[in-house]
Each structure stands twice: as C-alpha cells, then as structure tokens.
Design a protein around this ligand. Structure first.
Ligand SMILES: [Fe+2]
Length: 171
C-alpha cells in the first residue's frame, strides 16, 4: 500500500502542476473566444481551477506531506497545441479545451480511486468534487460546441445562398 501512496503523492504533484499551467493558459483561451458563451465558460472554469489548486493544497496537507509540484509534460503538450490553434475559431478552441478536460477527468478519476483504496475518504471526497467540476465543464463545452456548430452551419448556408443570388443576378 505504501507504493500506491507514493504513486498518489507523485500524481498529485503532476496534476498540481497541470492546474498551474492551466491558470496561465485559460485567460488567453478566454480572450481568443469570440462567442460570449464560450468566453464565459472558460472564465468560469478559470475560477474553478483556482479553487481546485486550493483543494489540492488541502489534499497534500491531509496527507501530511508538503506540496510537491512535478512538471506535467502531457499538459505542456496540450497547452502548446491550444496556443498554436488559438486563432482557429471557437470550434477548434472548444476541441482543445475538451482534450484538456478529458485529460484532467482521467487524472482525477484515477486519483480518487487510489485515495479510496488507501481508505483516505476525506481526500477521495475532495478529489471527487474536482472531478465533478471537470465533468461539468466538459458537458458545458459540448453544449456550446453543438450550438456553435449550428450557428456556423447556418452561416455557411446563408453565405451559399448569397453566392447563388449573386450568380443569378450576374446572368
Ligand atoms: Fe482542473
């Protein structure tokens, strides 16, 4: 069990670093969003992320170990991709934000299970709170993606109709 406890502490350090990276990336992503709905969702998740960092500090404290951040290369990669595509429009932005959320869902899901196995129920509860927030954010992004796709499809259709009208009048 001490091996699992070590893994838990190590992975908590990983997710702690991942959240720190997100604190810096989310404002840029929110700024790049053109739909007010998406902007608001990303800003809302920034506030949640701030709380999640505090929650992780509480987890370390409950475990009786100092906060130890471990560079999360996966999040570095995800954020690098997000920054590259930041000007590709809302649909691309949502896709990148969802990849980030899915990574966090996987991390917190594992961490919560490990905490339960270690009979650290208080910690499992804290991690479950964060897991729920990540899932909520992901669902919200799916809803926005679907409405954005609808808007874009409608815009494309309108543009096609205009083209057709122009063609008609040119005849
Ligand atoms: Fe998070």
């Amino acid at each position: 069990m001490s091996e699992l406890r070590d893994s838990l502490i190590k992975e908590l350090g990983d997710v702690y670093d991942a959240e720190q990276q997100l604190l810096k990336a989310l404002p840029k992503m929110a700024q790049a969003a053109s739909s007010p709905e998406l902007k608001e969702a990303l800003e809302g998740h920034l506030r949640e992320t701030e709380e999640q960092v505090e929650r992780l500090k509480e987890v370390f404290e409950t475990l009786g170990v100092p906060v130890k951040s471990k560079p999360c290369k996966a999040m570095q990669g995800l954020i690098a991709e997000a920054e590259q595509g930041i000007k590709d429009g809302d649909a691309a932005l949502i896709a990148m934000a969802q990849k980030i959320e899915h990574y966090e869902i996987a991390s917190y899901g594992t961490l919560r299970s490990w905490a339960s196995l270690l009979e650290e129920e208080d910690i499992a509860d804290l991690l479950a709170d964060t897991l729920d927030e990540e899932k909520g954010c992901d669902e919200q992004l799916t809803e926005i993606a679907e409405s954005t796709a609808n808007i874009e499809a409608a815009e494309d259709e309108a543009a096609d109709m205009e083209d057709e009208e122009e063609e008609e009048s040119a005849k």
